[in-house]
Design a protein around this ligand. Structure first.
Ligand code: FES
Length: 579
């Protein structure tokens, strides 16, 4: 059939401004798409849905997203839309150097510009591995189209010789055993192929599972998104339904900004406490709030989650893995259990409220999801600390810490940077005791660069062999969501930005008081002034390339470590065509 049916007039859709004209510009736009075998009748004004894909073999957790995109396409077609899949930068947590976090903002720019520059009415965001979720959400929030997320889902439960192998967490545990001499290097290598048994993200309540769960409770994904395993048939069904729903979102003009509201962030913060979610959620949600122009502060994570108990018994805060969480009912059951602790009237991408989505849902009594009457821990929120060591704030996750260490005074053992740490941590001559406080500098957004997940400093080998399993550790770094311990993170300002962390010396006494929300360096102000003067004012180096852009514009962790010029919305309008 020849000859298109131009859709036009005053009510032209966004994609219609590309495909609707009969001049040479419309010709270019349509003929390019027709080169892929798309029939002319598809240019009848139907919604064009972008499938924004972070598939990559360099991000193994996301390696199945091409297949899931096929199911999204089916759903889009079924609902009467036209799907167009496109790649954006992906971020593989296991491979990238120096840190995926350094590239999260770059990937978000890619997403934002791709959405704005192309003939899309709505978008399905396909993410999985840790940073891919915030990168896609941040980019999409700055454009504000009708948007919906589909996560890749967690990998299957890792097993070896009758023992479950939690992603990430198991690696840290086994590596400590190798360093303590209780596991052979051969056994350690033998465990590698057993931990990730399929495509999918970490099987623990790490950052990927945390963010996929929070996306669901924020209303940006369909119910079930957080926990269905990557290779479960129901993940494919969810992909189909997500594509179908994306078309309806366009017809309803349900913009992302109607879903990502202050109430949605508060729901995420409370749910993060209940699931024992990752500390990384703090920095990602703060960055997203900056893009969405929602007023959210670091203190909100402490205040809003106050009194929310830990309900989900998953590694690293508990015992089970994501397959068990799915079997127990996943996020909808947690949200149902939280009841009025959540804003039940918050709108979601289903077109209904969160409360309507979970109406009548009940768990079956699985031990993996506990009840409000019988929680694992009473108060599970993230604690935000202040003091002369962290005037801009720092945080700690009490549910992953040793309760006795949450109030502690100890002598600092300082490592100037990660190289210094690696060189000396296992030195038998290191002057360190079980009650020392390990301090790492130079691991913040500017310092490393890229704020890596190195905040859970290893316990010195000689203390491991003596049976020490946890110590107070303080840094400007992040920590993997799969990690655990009494670890103070995200110290603001970071040492490389001239924060007081840069002034700490071995032998100084540090006081950690989590109940009192304090983090203090017990050194006189005059002495700190002397040290500060000796250090001078740090300057970002001229490195060229993206690194220079990053170093000159990255904000501190308390505002999400975004690039300062990316905060806020810039909308979806493009005044000029390219032809
Ligand atoms: Fe990709 Fe954990 S390494 S989700």
């Amino acid at each position: 059939m020849d000859g298109h049916t131009p859709h036009g007039g005053a009510a032209r859709s966004r994609s219609g401004t590309w495909f609707g004209g009969t001049d040479k510009t419309g010709f270019f736009h349509r003929s390019g798409i027709k080169a892929m075998g798309v029939p002319d009748r598809m240019f009848d004004g139907r919604p064009v849905i972008g499938i924004c894909n972070t598939w990559s073999q360099l991000a193994p957790c996301n390696a199945h997203l091409r297949e899931l995109a096929e199911y999204v396409s089916r759903g889009v077609y079924e609902a009467g839309g036209l799907p167009l899949e496109f790649p954006v930068s992906s971020l593989g947590e296991t491979l990238m150097r120096p840190s995926t976090m350094m590239y999260r903002n770059l990937a978000s720019m890619d997403v934002e510009e791709a959405l704005r520059a192309n003939p899309l009415d709505g978008v399905v965001l396909l993410a999985g591995c840790d940073k891919t979720t915030p990168a896609l959400l941040m980019g999409a929030a700055s454009v504000d189209l009708p948007s919906i997320m589909l996560s890749g889902g967690p990998t299957l439960t890792g097993r070896r010789e009758g023992r479950q192998l939690p992603s990430g967490t198991g690696t840290y545990e086994m590596y400590d055993q190798v360093r303590a001499g209780t596991m052979t290097p051969e056994d350690f290598v033998g465990a590698e192929a057993c931990m990730w048994r399929s495509n999918g993200s970490c099987n623990t309540m790490g950052t990927a599972s945390t963010m996929a769960s929070l996306v669901e409770v924020m209303g940006m994904a369909l119910p079930g998104n957080g926990a269905i395993p990557a290779v479960d048939a129901r993940r494919r069904t969810l992909a189909h339904d997500t594509g179908f729903r994306a078309v309806e979102l366009v017809r309803e003009n349900l913009l992302m900004s109607k879903v990502v509201t202050r109430e949605a962030f508060e729901n995420a913060i409370r749910t993060n406490a209940a699931i024992g979610g990752s500390t990384n959620a703090v920095v990602h949600l703060l960055a997203l709030a900056g893009r969405a122009e929602v007023d959210l502060t670091l203190e909100d994570f402490d205040r809003v989650a106050a009194g929310v108990p830990l309900l989900v018994d998953l590694v690293p805060s508990g015992r089970y893995l994501m397959e068990d969480f799915f079997d127990a009912g996943g996020v909808p059951v947690v949200a149902g259990e939280l009841g009025d602790l959540l804003h039940r009237d918050a709108l979601t991408v289903t077109g209904r409220t969160l409360g309507e989505n979970i109406e009548g849902l009940k768990g079956w009594g699985s031990p993996v999801i506990r009840t409000l009457a019988d929680p694992l821990q009473e108060d599970a929120g993230i604690a935000v600390l202040r003091g002369n060591l962290a005037p801009g704030g720092a945080l700690v996750k009490p549910s992953a810490a040793t309760p006795e260490l949450l109030t502690h005074r100890g002598r600092a053992v300082v490592f100037e940077d990660i190289d210094d740490l690696r060189a000396r941590i296992d030195d038998p001559a290191l002057d360190v005791e079980a009650d020392s406080v390990l301090v790492l500098k130079g691991a913040g957004p500017k310092g490393y660069p890229g704020m890596p997940e190195m905040g859970n400093l290893p316990i010195p080998a000689k203390l491991l062999r003596a049976g020490v399993t946890d110590m107070v550790r303080i840094s400007d770094a992040r920590m993997s969501g799969t990690a655990f311990g009494t670890v103070v993170l995200h110290v603001v300002p970071e040492s490389a930005a001239g924060g007081p962390l840069a002034l700490v010396e071995t032998g100084d006494v540090i006081e950690l008081d989590v109940p009192g929300r304090r983090l203090n360096l017990e050194v006189a102000d005059a002495e700190l002034d002397r040290r500060r003067a000796a250090l001078g004012t740090p300057q970002a180096p001229a490195t060229g390339g993206y690194l220079q852009l990053y170093l000159h514009h990255v904000t501190q962790a308390d505002t999400g470590a975004d690039l300062d010029f990316l905060r806020g919305k810039r909308g979806s309008e493009v005044p000029r065509a390219g032809h």
